[in-house]
Each structure stands twice: as C-alpha cells, then as structure tokens.
Design a protein around this ligand. Structure first.
Ligand SMILES: Nc1ncnc2c1ncn2[C@@H]1O[C@H](COP(=O)(O)OP(=O)(O)OP(=O)(O)O)[C@@H](O)[C@H]1O
Ligand SMILES: [Mg+2]
Length: 147
C-alpha cells in the first residue's frame, strides 16, 4: 500500500446546530472520502466514529459549527469548532455517563454521556478547549502507520 503517495487533503464541513435534520451527514461523507482514499477499514472506522460523535454534539448542544478533515501521509486530523454554550467543566463532561442531554436529545437516541470519551478513546491525540458562552474546540489525530 502506498499511503505516502496520498496528497494532502483538507476540507471543512458546516454543521447545523440545535438540529438533527442533517445529523450524521458529515461523518458519512468523511467515511466515504477516507474509504475512497483506500485507508484500512479500522482507520476509517475510528475516524467515522470520532467525526460522528463531534457532529452529534454540535447538533445537540451548539448553535453552529464546522468540522475539518485534514489528511496527510502521516495522520488524519479531525477538528470540530462550534459557537454556542460551551462546556463549563471539561473534566466532568469527559466522564463516561455524564450528560446534560434534554428529553429531545434522548428521544433521538443520544445522551448516554459516551461521546467525548469515545472520541478520546479512538484518537491517538485528543485536545479540547471550551469557553462558556462562546463555544468548543476539539482536535483529534489518528496516526497512520506506513507499511
Ligand atoms: N460541543 C458541545 N457544546 C456544549 N456542550 C457540549 C458539547 N459537547 C459536549 N458537551 C457537554 O458535555 C456532555 C458530555 O458529552 P458527550 O458527548 O460525552 O455525551 P452526550 O452527548 O451527553 O451523550 P452521547 O454522546 O453518549 O450521546 C454533554 O451532555 C454536554 O453537556
Ligand atoms: Mg455526545
């Protein structure tokens, strides 16, 4: 496999906040793009899960946001940047099972409090910053091991 021949690729997707109308659309596109680039299935799966959880959090909690996919020969970087309420206590939000999901979010099948911990679990590096009343920024990297 010749991953080192992959061109550097960068694309930003808009995500509508406080709406489930298009929920999952960006992560589906990211998955298809990475499959088309011939990444191994486990890498595609990890990137798709990470993107999906970030996307659903924007749909659930933010006013608007964008997700950027960046592919280089050595890594896949997924960034999520939103404008909205932000997170007051990141350590608490990161805890498995912690959720402030409303009844509406729960009725959509979300709100188990597993999204952020899944994003961390499936990435090789995970960074989160947030400002209450402003928004949240996440950067997750998946390393590519070239054969
Ligand atoms: N982008 C965001 N903006 C504001 N708050 C957020 C954001 N992402 C997460 N949170 C807060 O952190 C909590 C935990 O998020 P996490 O994704 O781990 O779980 P969840 O979204 O509640 O449930 P799940 O992801 O399992 O469906 C959320 O309930 C919410 O309070
Ligand atoms: Mg979530």
């Amino acid at each position: 496999m010749t991953f080192h021949k992959n061109p550097v690729y960068k694309r930003t997707f808009h995500v509508e906040g406080k709406s489930f109308k298009n929920a999952g659309k960006v992560s589906r596109q990211v998955k298809t793009l990475l499959q088309d680039m011939k990444f191994p299935a486990d890498i595609v799966r990890r990137a798709a899960i990470i993107t999906y959880e970030a996307e659903i959090n924007i749909c659930s909690y933010a006013d608007r946001g964008e997700i950027t996919l960046e592919v280089s020969p050595k890594e896949i970087i997924i960034e999520s940047k939103d404008q909205g309420q932000g997170i007051e206590d990141i350590e608490l939000a990161m805890r498995e099972g912690y959720s402030t999901a409303t009844d509406k979010i729960v009725s959509m099948g979300f709100g188990a409090g597993m999204g952020l911990s899944n994003m961390k679990h499936f990435s090789d590096s995970f960074d989160i910053t947030s400002e209450v009343g402003k928004g949240t920024y996440l950067k997750m990297t998946i390393r590519i091991k070239n054969p």
